[in-house]
Design a protein around this ligand. Structure first.
Ligand code: HEC
Ligand code: HEC
Ligand code: HEC
Ligand code: HEC
Ligand code: HEC
Length: 137
């Protein structure tokens, strides 16, 4: 099914792709998050897809900046690593159900200190200040 879709798309049947990227419009494809955010389970950062990834399905898509804008970003004095959390929480726990969203908003799931600390307490993980804040900062 997915292969057929990709074949159709490569022959130019895809709609114009000039608009902003929408997770919701891609939901029917049921792609794993790591198809595009390839390092989200293995490295500190989740990362963003290269245009080459989009061109697998949209061969003629025009050059664009990815991401168009950043949404989730903690301040420099906070230590956060995706890899340390991939066995602890699903993406949706911190980012919401992005496949229901055209535009991702941090309001859906804030990444504030209280959110981090509440989960750490409930899972008996450390809440020592220097776990998340490097000493000397
Ligand atoms: C696995 C295939 C696949 C990949 C990879 C993919 N897309 Fe899509 N994309 C689709 C399909 C299928 C649709 C049509 C959805 C619809 O029309 O409802 C679509 C729709 C779109 C649309 C909306 C088009 C419209 O007119 O509504 C945009 C914009 C878009 N994609 C951009 C991107 C960007 C940017 C990337 C890379 C970050 C990307 N796509 C990666 C398959 C893909
Ligand atoms: C087809 C590729 C693709 C897939 C699959 C995909 N994403 Fe994304 N994601 C993107 C692109 C492209 C952006 C940047 C959007 C922009 O330019 O505004 C993004 C942005 C995000 C952001 C906002 C990041 C920030 O801080 O700016 C989050 C969070 C996110 N994705 C989570 C997910 C999750 C969770 C899944 C799986 C449920 C997922 N994504 C699946 C392509 C994808
Ligand atoms: C425990 C909470 C948590 C979980 C679980 C989580 N994230 Fe994140 N995510 C964050 C925080 C916090 C940031 C901001 C990180 C920063 O600024 O350094 C972030 C940033 C991002 C970004 C922006 C780019 C980047 O690498 O900083 C993307 C994309 C993203 N997450 C996707 C995902 C995906 C996909 C998953 C699931 C595989 C996931 N996240 C799981 C909390 C989480
Ligand atoms: C859904 C629950 C949950 C949320 C939300 C969460 N964490 Fe964690 N985090 C954990 C658990 C559980 C561990 C312990 C993991 C282990 O022992 O392997 C952990 C471990 C850590 C560690 C130590 C591992 C490492 O990376 O070296 C840091 C630092 C950390 N979290 C920072 C954060 C920050 C910052 C946030 C908020 C932006 C956050 N966490 C949100 C559950 C969570
Ligand atoms: C589990 C992770 C975690 C732990 C433990 C933690 N913090 Fe934080 N802290 C955060 C995050 C996330 C933020 C918000 C950063 C942002 O806004 O981007 C933050 C913000 C702060 C700020 C700035 C407040 C503001 O209004 O911007 C201070 C000060 C602070 N923390 C002190 C502490 C102290 C003191 C401790 C120990 C009692 C502590 N933190 C423990 C994650 C943590």
């Amino acid at each position: 099914m997915r292969l057929l879709l990709i074949l159709l798309l490569s022959f130019g049947i895809a709609p114009a792709q000039d608009g902003p990227f929408s997770h919701k419009k891609h939901a029917p494809l049921k792609l794993a998050c790591t198809y595009c955010h390839t390092t989200a389970e293995k490295e500190d950062r989740a990362g963003f897809p290269a245009l080459a990834t989009c061109r697998t399905c949209h061969p003629a898509i025009a050059d664009r900046k990815i991401p168009a804008q950043r949404v989730y970003r903690v301040k420099d004095f906070v230590v956060f690593r995706h890899a340390a959390h991939s066995a602890q929480a699903a993406c949706a726990t911190c980012h919401g159900e992005v496949y229901t969203l055209d535009t991702i908003s941090r309001a859906v799931r804030p990444t504030t200190m209280i959110e981090c600390v509440d989960c750490h307490k409930s899972k008996q993980a450390s809440v020592q200040c220097n776990l998340c804040h490097e000493l000397g900062q």
